[in-house]
Design a protein around this ligand. Structure first.
Ligand SMILES: [Zn+2]
Length: 792
């Protein structure tokens, strides 16, 4: 009996793999790529040593594990955390921990995983359903849940989102350990989904995508085609009558533009790529090709970040890429890497790796501090100090996503197709790869991304012919990103390549130097990519970058940060677009980085004149990913080369010389007297201060003057991001002055004006005082914000 079962299982396995269609190009698994460089290896080590234990601790402290225990009946029927998708943090942690185990065995971690998986198994209902927020049977169901299973999944419940992360974790855990404990939980759940969803059954689409790629992975492991069919169903059932917010306003095959929530979108495009690869469906391919063009030509930050607006965590309009308010969620950067890697596997074109590499080294890596325990959710491209990494978020998606992603980085270095071997990323490593013609060891020695010199050692077990595809990055050919969103004006750059020290001719196809020859042990390819500071300019349709350039050195995008520049200021800096820039390596700075320096100017406003005062100064840039590791402060990626684009240091007005305090603690107090003029009340591209999420309360801001001043008027520009945001102009406001330690209302001449999109002025009988207080009555249902408060 046992024997027959084993035979049946083997047959199932063989038939599944014999018939399985998949990506024509396959990645070389990260377990075969032993990265030993000075850049990624230490970061993966920090993830293993610091981040993984830290996130487990935080998951415990923030009720994530207790939810599973409660669902398993091992503690009281109480939900112990805030969001129905909190289960995914545990699944993502398992994924990261499993991947880390594959690289360096850890008995304690392995044992803990077993325990945790047993708890998850106990939290699973008999028929396979697994979703702690319902199974716990709390006295009151969370408002995002329908009374019935999956009833509100297309809106808010995230039941299928949790499930998708369960499958992703099960795939990782099974591959890492060979144990089926989590896989069995996952397939039991997937079998329930197969029974429940489909044409003629429940015809609902997942509100937050990821179950599609998860099911594709389960299909790859088990060969059970029902999982693949279900993944395709979940895509085909989307649209056309839903919201663009979750890409359900059109059938997926009719979508041509990236819209809505960026993480959901990029997970969905990844799912479409998987199904296209696994089924050969050309319609999916056509749609994601179009959408990809839309993103890289119109909606991609120079850092690789996607999803420009916090309003719905979504893609913005074409070319609308604000810097200070950039959302560019860490999860979206990770999702973009998943998507671009799949696009490469489908098409074999290096342009996808160009986007992947840009994202990896910049807008993704910025998501975590060098210390491994502080995280960005949005990744802005400019700051006056209001942004700072955080140790935790109640919605912890970006944190757990980072830890599941980092250990898998070596998996993006190589790919293969029969006897074609692709070298996509550059980092020192030694890798054993099995090609159709036999085994080969390939090794890289490089100091990338600080140097463009790469030594590739090709050591086949026995001499034989194979085709090496070495990626020539777009950045090395003045093409920072495919398309015309960004361009570079530097002098021509030359890529040089030698085999065994001698020049040779090669053709370039789809962004790769294609080298077809008979390779033998000891063969060496020396690649020299032209690394130099490059100035990048945005398409003129990107208003936010007008009159500005960004600095790039190899794949790394740079920024100016306070600690490296005079008076810790950078918003006031102007650098001529022809100014020479120099790179130099600093071993002791931010774990070892290249800085870029050049000559620039600082600009400052003056009283009673619109002319700016400019003074020459040295300007220093650091890699964008490394900012905010020395405390929060000023930062800027896009550097003005015209005075019009700069944000000069404020003039020494009464307001600007004052010490600002408010009824709440805020990193944005500086915005109130920074003299940055908004375009209108909802302008979030310049700093503003706000009281959100407070409402219907009386709040205040105080200016403590440097000395007693005689004042008789005051004007306020309110921040109001209605109708979507949470701030409105106030219900009322009032000015007080300080007299003998008491706050006395000023005697106004006329009314307190309350209007949007302009300064609201009040004049009053002259007083001599050392402080003014602005009292604000918040509207009943909203907060209020302040762009600027001027005193005269
Ligand atoms: Zn996130």
């Amino acid at each position: 009996m046992k024997h027959i079962r084993l035979m049946a299982a083997m047959l199932l396995y063989m038939s599944a793999y014999a018939q399985q269609k998949d990506y024509p190009i396959q990645p070389v698994p990260f377990t075969h790529v032993n990265v030993n460089d000075n850049f990624w290896k230490p970061k993966m080590q920090v993830n293993a040593d610091i981040t993984i234990p830290y996130i487990l601790k935080m998951c415990k402290e923030h009720g994530r594990i207790d939810n599973f225990l409660a669902a398993a009946g091992k503690r009281e029927n109480k939900v112990c955390s805030e969001f129905p998708f909190d289960d995914t943090d545990v699944y993502k942690w398992i994924e990261g921990a499993s991947y880390a185990l594959q690289v360096s065995p850890n008995k304690k971690l392995s044992l803990y995983l077993d325990t945790l998986i047993a708890i998850i198994g106990a939290a699973q209902e008999k028929d396979g359903y697994l979703y702690t927020f319902r199974t716990i049977k709390p006295a009151v169901l969370h408002e995002w849940l329908g009374a019935q299973r999956w009833q509100k999944d297309s809106i808010l419940s995230h039941e299928l989102y949790n499930t998708g992360h369960l499958y992703e974790a099960a795939f990782a855990h099974y591959n890492a350990t060979g144990k089926k404990s989590l896989l069995n939980i996952a397939t039991k759940n997937a079998d329930l989904l197969v029974k429940t969803f489909g044409w003629g059954k429940v015809e609902e689409y997942p509100g937050h995508q990821i179950v599609e790629t998860g099911l594709a992975k389960l299909y790859r492991i088990t060969g059970n085609k029902q999982y693949l069919d279900l993944a395709k169903f979940f895509l085909d059932v989307r649209g056309p009558n839903g919201e663009s917010y979750n890409q359900a306003d059109k059938k997926v095959v009719d979508q041509t533009e990236a819209v809505g929530h960026a993480v959901r979108a990029a997970y969905m495009y990844s799912g479409m790529a998987d199904i296209a690869a696994l089924t050969g469906d050309k319609k999916y391919l056509y749609a994601i090709d179009k959408i990809w063009d839309d993103v890289v030509n119109k909606k991609l930050y120079i850092t690789g970040g996607i999803g420009a607006t916090g309003n719905g965590e979504a893609f913005g309009e074409a070319y609308d890429l604000p810097n200070m308010s950039a959302y560019a969620e860490t999860c979206a950067a990770i999702a973009s890497v998943y998507w671009n890697s799949r696009m490469f596997l489908l098409h074999g074109d290096a342009k996808y790796i160009d986007v992947l590499e840009r994202t990896l080294y910049n807008g993704l890596l910025s998501g975590m501090s060098l210390s491994g325990n502080r995280f960005f959710y949005p990744n802005p491209l400019a700051s006056v100090g209001q942004h700072d990494r955080s140790s935790w978020f109640s919605c912890a998606c970006c944190i757990s996503n980072m830890t599941r992603f980092l250990p898998s980085v070596p998996g993006y270095v190589y790919a293969q197709n029969n006897n074609d071997l692709y070298v996509n990323l550059f980092m020192s490593n030694s890798s054993n790869i099995k090609l159709a013609s036999g085994k080969i060891n390939i090794a890289q020695i490089t100091n990338y991304p600080w140097s463009g010199k790469i030594e590739l050692a090709v050591n086949p077990e026995k001499a034989g012919s194979l085709t090496l595809h070495v990626r020539i990055p777009g950045w090395a050919q003045q093409q920072p990103v495919p398309g015309d969103l960004y361009n570079s004006i530097n002098t021509p750059m030359t890529v040089s390549m030698l085999i065994n020290g001698k020049p040779f001719s090669y053709k370039v196809e789809k962004g790769y130097a294609v080298i077809h020859r008979t390779w033998k042990k000891g063969d060496k390819v020396s690649l020299d990519l032209p690394m130099q500071p490059q100035k990048i300019f945005a398409n003129e349709k990107v208003k936010a970058d007008a009159g500005r350039f960004a600095i790039q050195y190899g794949p790394v995008v740079y920024c100016l940060e306070g600690p490296d520049n005079k008076d810790s200021l950078v918003q006031n800096i102007i650098v001529d677009k022809m100014a020479p820039l120099q790179a130099s390596y600093h071993e002791d700075l931010l774990n070892g980085i290249n800085t870029i320096t050049g000559d620039g100017e600082a600009s400052k406003r003056q009283l009673n004149s619109s002319d700016l005062i400019t003074t020459k100064q040295k300007v220093t840039a650091i890699p964008y990913y490394a900012w905010d590791n020395r405390g929060s402060g000023e930062m800027e990626v896009w550097i003005p080369y015209t005075a019009v684009a700069a944000r000069p240091q404020p003039a020494a007005t009464i307001a600007n010389k004052s010490i600002v305090t408010a009824s709440i603690k805020s990193k944005s107090l500086k915005a109130i007297n920074d003299q940055f003029e908004p375009a209108d009340s909802k302008d979030n591209t310049v700093p503003y201060f706000h009281w959100w999420p407070k409402k219907n309360s009386t709040e205040w801001v105080v200016y403590d003057f440097d000395t007693a001043h005689t004042v008789s008027s005051s004007k306020v520009y309110w921040y109001d991001d209605g109708p979507w945001g949470g701030c409105r102009i106030p219900a009322a406001w009032k000015i007080y002055y300080k007299k003998d330690g008491e706050w006395i209302p000023v005697k106004t001449i006329g009314d307190y004006e309350i209007a949007k999109d302009k300064y609201n002025t009040v004049t009053f009988e002259t007083v001599k005082t050392i402080a003014l207080k602005l009292e604000v009555q918040l509207p009943v249902d909203n907060a209020t914000g302040i762009h600027e408060w001027i005193v005269e």
